[in-house]
Design a protein around this ligand. Structure first.
Ligand code: DAH
Length: 347
């Protein structure tokens, strides 16, 4: 029966929900074609309508009109819906608050170097930086290295050029070279630190790397004594590792200092009782130091009868390892975010 068909279709039109369409625009068009297209429901029913006896035409005409209007209204409604949705997707709302961007943080080595620099800045040391590719004079000769010192060997040092009769050029093996450059160009009093990257021909392991960082300190003036060095070291150790920290100096040897010493601090993990970090000794070795050898002063054009000085040098990786209990040197250079993010809050 035509009447039943019409009410079935009207019901279908009313109960169709655009929210259930997957590809909305395409399915709206299919819906329109199904009811209003040339071979669609409307035209098909109209054919049937034409064949009806005249006395039924009035009632069926009204019903067909109702169906047509329902289909037209629904298509209109669906099209508006699709348009609005596309509008919302294409035109982002610029008044919305922005997403928070992830905040970067400093690398733990930069943080540690800055901290060392700040501690020395408070007692009048300024920062000097210099080249990473150095010549033999600044790296070794002016620093009183004997000609047969192992540091001059290819096994320990990365040479950039090694030509017959020419000055050797190498990646600097220590920041002590900056001492020489500063003394050559500045008159005492000199009070500087030299932070920077150094390079050594080492196999990479948890305890050694071919690239690392040092901070060198140099103080040259009239009447500088070992007592000045010792007090500076004690001040540094307490600022860096805490007020309770004690220091101990052991005699040592470096070509550029005489006398030379190595400084230990009381173990900041066990407080000096002995643990596996300090290997049961209660002490941790942290830097080398000494009085600048008169030969070095003279090589740099400073009168060693008038002036004296002290110098010290430390490894930044080691400082950070002791301060933050990092067990493996390689972690510094791998850029694993899980490692780096642990230091987000230390500034
Ligand atoms: N240059 C030394 C090194 O690389 C560290 C050092 C030791 C520097 C004693 C100094 C010093 O200034 O006095 O191992």
């Amino acid at each position: 029966m035509l009447k039943d068909l019409i009410s079935q279709y009207i019901e279908e039109i009313r109960s169709t929900r655009i929210e259930e369409f997957k590809d909305k625009a395409a399915e709206v068009e299919q819906f329109r074609v199904k009811f209003l297209g040339r071979k669609g429901v409307m035209n098909e029913l109209f054919e049937q309508f034409k064949a009806l006896p005249n006395d039924q035409k009035k009632e069926m005409g009204i019903a067909l009109n109702e169906l047509k209007n329902a289909a037209l209204a629904r298509v209109e409604e669906f099209k508006n819906y699709v348009e609005e949705k596309m509008d919302a997707e294409e035109h982002h709302d610029l008044t919305l608050p922005a997403d928070l961007a992830g905040r970067g943080s400093r690398h733990v080595l930069s943080v540690t170097m800055n901290e060392i620099a700040e501690i020395f800045a408070r007692i009048g040391f300024t920062v000097e930086e210099s080249v990473e590719i150095e010549d033999d004079w600044h790296l070794f000769s002016a620093l009183n290295f004997p000609p047969d010192h192992p540091a001059r060997d290819m096994q320990d040092t990365f040479f950039v050029e090694k030509e017959e009769g020419k000055q050797e050029v190498a990646l600097r093996t220590h920041t002590s070279s900056v001492q020489v450059r500063v003394m050559e160009t500045h008159k005492p009093p000199i009070r500087i630190i030299a932070p920077g990257r150094v390079f050594r021909n080492e196999a990479i392991s948890a305890r050694a790397h071919c690239i690392f960082h040092q901070v060198e300190a140099l103080y040259v003036d009239k009447h500088v004594t070992f007592a000045d060095l010792k007090q500076t070291l004690l001040y540094f150790a307490k600022e860096m590792f805490g007020e309770q920290t004690q220091i101990r100096l052991r005699p040592s040897y470096f070509p550029f200092t005489e006398p030379s010493a190595e400084m230990d601090i009381s173990c900041n993990i066990c407080g000096g009782k002995g643990c596996n970090i300090c290997k049961g000794t209660g002490w941790l070795e942290i830097l080398g130091c000494g009085m600048v050898d008169p030969n070095v002063l003279e090589a740099c054009g400073i009168d060693s009868k008038e002036y004296s000085g002290f110098a010290l040098g430390m490894g930044v990786e080691r400082m950070a390892m002791l301060k933050y209990q990092i067990r493996d040197l390689r972690l510094y250079f791998e850029n694993d975010l899980r490692f780096l993010h642990q230091f987000d809050n230390i500034i």
